[in-house]
Design a binder for this molecule. Structure first.
Ligand code: SF4
Length: 362
């Protein structure tokens, strides 16, 4: 039996090509995608002729992403969703903030192969890349669930590519998903309200700078020197700070956009006066950079701990006194295991399954 393609993964162009072969007019492509964006089954696409709906069903599947599990943490304003994919894998997406004004944090891979020491996703290794449809589908699914539950339109205010996986290791699907989200005749999401976060894949930062898209970029820094960063993030062995910083400067120069450095505060590791002083030394002459300090959210699989709130504030003040633009935020969703990859990790524990790490092309 021929495997049917996912409707979620179709673009305007791919559908137009198929319609053309089927002797149908090209404008049907937009009609179909309007239904897909609402996660509607083929049978309910009421503006398509019945024979075309039957043809669609032969070629494509309308099995969209499912919400299989949702844990809420109302007091911290965060909902974490575990979405079930067609092949049985699970992916996490997070609603941060109130239903009418939230940030959607979405994943680009099932698991992650980069093994940052503080991260739950990295502990399970990389299983596979998500397709563009599976990335966009997380937003569509969040929207559907949130609007049904809260009677709001359900669209997020901001979208951040900061969930499971490294977006730049799945570059093509990440970019295709962004183009789908911002398509003025489709979902039409504001490009400036999207941020992609990377662990620091240098070639892709240069490539991203050339995309001519006003999408924000956040880079995980977590240490001011190479030796310390290596002990926290193995990627430093491949793309050291000496290569990362010129790539970041190029991005800022090319796009004129502010770049955010993410810095997770780890008690007695990267949160002392020495590290603050070094950050100020490096960045005081940089324009258009912002530091986002995050108190570590323990994942229960490492001995890493967050600094106390006063220690975290002391670090913030040291950077501010040095003239850097900086904010401090609490890692959201502590009560629902909201460090990235944790919900999926809990599921593996529950079912006694752990995926083997796999090699996946970027
Ligand atoms: S922090 Fe990001 S890049 Fe690092 S292991 Fe986790 S998901 Fe992968």
């Amino acid at each position: 039996m021929i495997e049917r393609l996912s409707l979620l993964d179709q673009s305007v162009d791919s559908l137009e090509g198929w319609l053309n072969e089927a002797g149908e007019p090209a404008y049907r492509s937009r009609q179909i995608l309007k239904w897909v964006d609402q996660l509607q089954p083929i049978d309910s696409m009421s503006d398509l002729p019945a024979p075309l709906r039957e043809l669609l069903k032969e070629k494509f599947t309308d099995e969209y992403i499912d919400t299989s599990e949702c844990i809420e943490s109302k007091d911290e304003g965060t909902n974490r969703f575990l979405f079930r994919l067609k092949d049985g894998e699970a992916v996490e997406s997070v609603q941060i903030g109130a239903p009418e004004d939230y940030t959607a944090c979405i994943s680009t891979q099932v698991g992650c192969g980069l093994r940052c020491s503080f991260c739950a996703s990295g502990k399970f290794g990389l299983v596979r890349n998500l397709s563009p449809g599976e990335i966009v589908g997380q937003i569509l699914s969040l929207r559907k669930v949130i609007s049904q539950r809260h009677g709001v339109d359900g669209w997020p205010r901001h979208i951040v590519y900061m969930g499971m996986g490294e977006p730049f290791q799945n570059y093509r699907a990440t970019m295709e998903s962004i183009r789908r989200l911002i398509d003025p005749q489709g979902i039409n999401f504001g490009v400036r309200r999207i941020t992609v976060s990377t662990v620091g894949l240098v070639p892709e930062i240069y490539r991203f700078a050339e995309e001519d898209l006003q999408v924000g970029l956040a880079v995980s820094l977590h240490a001011p020197n190479s030796d310390l960063r290596k002990s926290i993030m193995p990627i430093e062995e491949v793309y050291p700070l000496s290569r990362l910083f010129p790539a970041c400067e190029k991005y800022i120069e090319k796009t004129g956009r502010r770049l955010t450095f993410e810095y997770i505060l780890l008690k007695d590791i990267n949160d002392g006066p020495k590290e603050a002083k070094k950050l100020v030394e490096i960045f005081k002459s940089w324009k258009l950079v912002h530091f986002n300090l995050i108190r570590y959210n323990p994942i229960g699989m490492t001995k890493l701990r967050p600094p106390s709130p006063p220690q975290a504030k002391a670090f913030l003040h040291r950077l501010r006194e040095g003239g850097l633009h900086v904010t401090l935020r609490q890692s959201p969703g502590k009560k629902i295991n909201a460090a990235c990859g944790q919900l999926r990790g809990l599921e593996y524990e529950k079912h006694g399954v752990r995926p083997e790490p796999a090699e996946v092309e970027g």
